[in-house]
Design a binder for this molecule. Structure first.
Ligand SMILES: [Zn+2]
Ligand SMILES: [Zn+2]
Length: 691
């Protein structure tokens, strides 16, 4: 009789040919009802799977509480959507891919007629019928050639292309597809197909047992998307949707989407005249004066923190010889994302990272251990090629400023240096109000360079530092870079979305490649330990995150315009001008509205521009040398002398205080932790919707 080992360690004998679903039923009817899929010997499988009969099989039944459940639900819903699309549009529709993503799923279709938002209702109605009928997902394993014949006969050209890739390239294809599609075991010559009625899809699975297991779903939008994100390939139509295990969670999610639309940094960036994008520079942001003001404040704060922490600053060129990138290894590992150019017939590259430039400075003269630790920062402008399909405002650009720094130190200084970086990260995130920070430690991957001893030292130092600072962290076993173990920081914004920003990496490759040395106390040459670290990651992207986190209501110290003087009528313009001069004298960023609009209209206008303080001046104020203060969030604060307002504002700026919450308007609630867990954290950026 086959035996399965359950997560609690107990071993159960099961009937020959019993499926996972039947085993679940034997364990308990509650578990059978809640079961979504299973993990059999470490692999995700359908409930219909029959465990093998040799030896002990490890089996974990996944319920809607499991980490993977949400993505299995959503991916299954994408199949149901595709089946519904087939019913609505018939044979004309060709199917591309339909993975689950962070907050839902999508499916790409090739269809001559244009789908509109109205069509989504028809598709949803058809999906509801499929769900009501509890149509099953039927798995079949077939030879690649047979699957190809089937798809070719049906004119499914995307699937044919995927199958050809699988046949030639094997499992690597799965990476590109993000998700569960079409990733066979290495060396296997078969693929799996899943049938739902007359809709057949190429897919690795797993799926829910049947469509009736989808409790709540919604289709959200339809947009264009190039096949494989490549603008030289056909334009497909992508439908985004989402699904949850309860109607309540779905409803909350839809409310969050509405809130996110209001907070979209591209929209706020335009409304507040912060930045723009132009087709003359795709993926390159243009910062307007107001946006520059915010950026400069950010950078000034960053510099202050780093100066206080003993950092020095350098700047290295944007264009450097191609030979340098061969030496650094970027040519081998990063070429696809780099831009190249020529100077006097010599080959050059535009830097995608700052490290090689920084290393040339290090190697410019002999170094002594007495100089250590060297903490060398660079706000380096880097360029990386991103496919046009994934560009997204400031969140995904081709040119950005990395808040980089390299630390060179002795092995015994490493732990303290990492602690120093942890403290900087903590201070900076806190200043912006990011309290919910997740830390991950990624360790040595299978393919890596460096000795065991080096990895032990580097990983140990990262671990010790996290422990000494009492930080909870998750270990991603084997997910470090091939040259470095690393700590990654993820911050959660007010909508519950997670963003990877900071990173700390102990580099085991560059010091060798660049033959870095220092003279030790023993008068002999040694290799220094090298750390790369960034706190904000990309300053441009961080600004985008801040705009959405604050909904454009920047803290006073960051606000492009901090106060707006509003004369009640033009009789008080002269007094208004005097107040403006006083505020400017106190280094407060102030503007005034001397238009002939009514005061109500002026206040509305200033509110729309999200200006934190409005200073209304009329007869009483002019006579008393005062201003009537209106806080954008709190409303009327009463009348106070100009000096008192200056003191209030200066105090708020120096204290870098966050803005108070607006009256009668609650901050949106992020989703609960448990709900997020299932959404996969790796692709936070990669799968933001392009919309
Ligand atoms: Zn599937
Ligand atoms: Zn670096």
């Amino acid at each position: 009789m086959p035996k399965v080992r359950l997560p609690d360690g107990s071993v159960m004998e099961v009937a020959d040919g019993a499926s996972v679903a039947e085993i679940a039923r034997k364990i308990g009817s509650g578990l059978a009802r809640a079961a979504v899929a299973a993990r059999l010997n470490g692999k995700l499988v359908d409930l219909a799977t029959v465990p093998g009969s040799e030896g002990e099989q490890s089996l974990e039944i996944l319920t809607d509480k499991s980490d993977e459940a949400l993505s299995i639900l959503r991916h299954s819903t994408s199949h149901v959507m595709a089946a519904a699309v087939r019913r609505v549009y018939g044979d004309a529709v060709k199917f591309a891919i339909g993975p689950s993503i962070d907050e839902g799923f999508y499916y790409d279709f090739d269809l001559p007629e244009r789908m509109t938002e109205e069509d989504l209702g028809r598709i949803e109605a058809e999906m509801a019928r499929i769900i009501k009928a509890e149509e099953p997902f039927v798995r079949e394993e077939v030879p690649i050639a047979e699957a190809r014949r089937l798809m070719e006969n049906a004119g499914q050209w995307c699937k044919v292309e995927l199958l050809d890739d699988i046949a030639s390239a094997g499992p690597a294809v799965g990476e590109e597809l993000h998700d569960a599609q079409a990733k066979p075991e290495p060396g296997s010559a078969t693929v799996t197909l899943y049938r739902m009625g007359d809709f057949v899809d190429l897919c690795r699975g797993p799926h829910l047992a049947h469509a009736g297991k989808i409790p709540a779903f919604k289709l959200l939008s339809v947009s264009g998307s190039y096949w494989r994100g490549d603008s030289s390939r056909p334009m497909l139509q992508r439908i985004y949707g989402t699904a949850f295990f309860s109607k309540k969670c779905l409803q909350e999610h839809i409310e969050r989407i509405e809130e996110a639309k209001k907070r979209d940094h591209r929209r706020i960036g335009k409304d507040l005249d912060l930045f723009s994008f132009h087709e003359e520079g795709p993926g390159f942001a243009f910062f307007h004066p107001a946006g520059m003001t915010v950026l400069n404040e950010l950078v000034e704060f960053w510099r202050r923190v780093h100066r206080e922490a003993g950092y020095v600053e350098v700047r290295t060129p944007i264009i450097l010889s191609e030979a340098l990138w061969h030496r650094s290894g970027h040519w081998d590992n990063y070429r696809e994302a780099m831009y190249f150019t020529k100077i006097d017939d010599e080959d050059f590259a535009v830097k995608p990272m700052n490290c090689p430039g920084g290393l040339l400075i290090y190697g410019d003269r002999p170094r002594s251990y007495r100089e250590f630790p060297m903490r060398v920062a660079e706000l380096g402008l880097v360029h990386r090629h991103e496919k046009s399909g994934v560009l997204h405002g400031l969140l995904r650009v081709r040119q950005f400023t990395q808040d980089d720094a390299h630390i060179f130190c002795l092995p015994e200084q490493l732990t303290d240096e990492v602690i120093g970086v942890i403290d900087i990260v903590d201070r900076i995130y806190r200043a912006f109000g990011f309290e919910d920070v997740r830390v991950e430690l990624s360790t040595r991957p299978e393919h890596s360079i460096g000795t065991d001893e080096q990895w032990k030292l580097a990983t140990g130092a990262l671990r010790d530092a996290l422990k000494k600072r009492g930080l909870d962290y998750k270990v991603n076993e084997g997910e470090g870079a091939f040259y470095a173990p690393k700590i990654d920081y993820h911050i959660r914004d007010c909508l519950g979305r997670s963003w990877q920003c900071g990173t700390i990496q102990v580099d085991l490759a560059m010091p060798d490649r660049f033959d870095l040395a220092y003279v030790g106390a023993d008068n002999r040459e040694h290799r220094p330990v090298m750390v790369h670290r960034a706190v904000l990651g990309s300053i441009e992207r961080f600004l985008g995150i801040l705009i959405e986190h604050y909904g454009g209501d920047f803290p006073l110290w960051l606000a492009p315009v901090q106060a707006m003087v509003l004369p009640i009528s033009d009789r008080f313009n002269e007094y208004g001008a005097r107040v403006v001069r006083q505020l400017k004298g106190a280094a407060i960023r102030v503007e005034w509205d001397d238009s002939s609009d009514k005061i109500g209209a002026k206040i509305r206008q200033a509110s729309l521009r999200k200006i934190p303080y409005m200073l209304v001046v009329g007869e009483k104020e002019a006579a008393g040398g005062t201003v009537s203060v209106r806080d954008k969030a709190l409303g009327d604060l009463g009348t106070e002398s100009v000096e008192a307002f200056i003191a209030r504002a200066t105090d708020e700026i120096r204290g870098m205080r966050l803005r108070p919450e607006a009256k009668g308007e609650e901050r949106p609630q992020g989703p609960g932790r448990a709900e997020i867990r299932g959404e996969g954290v790796k692709k936070e950026l990669g799968t933001r919707r392009e919309a």
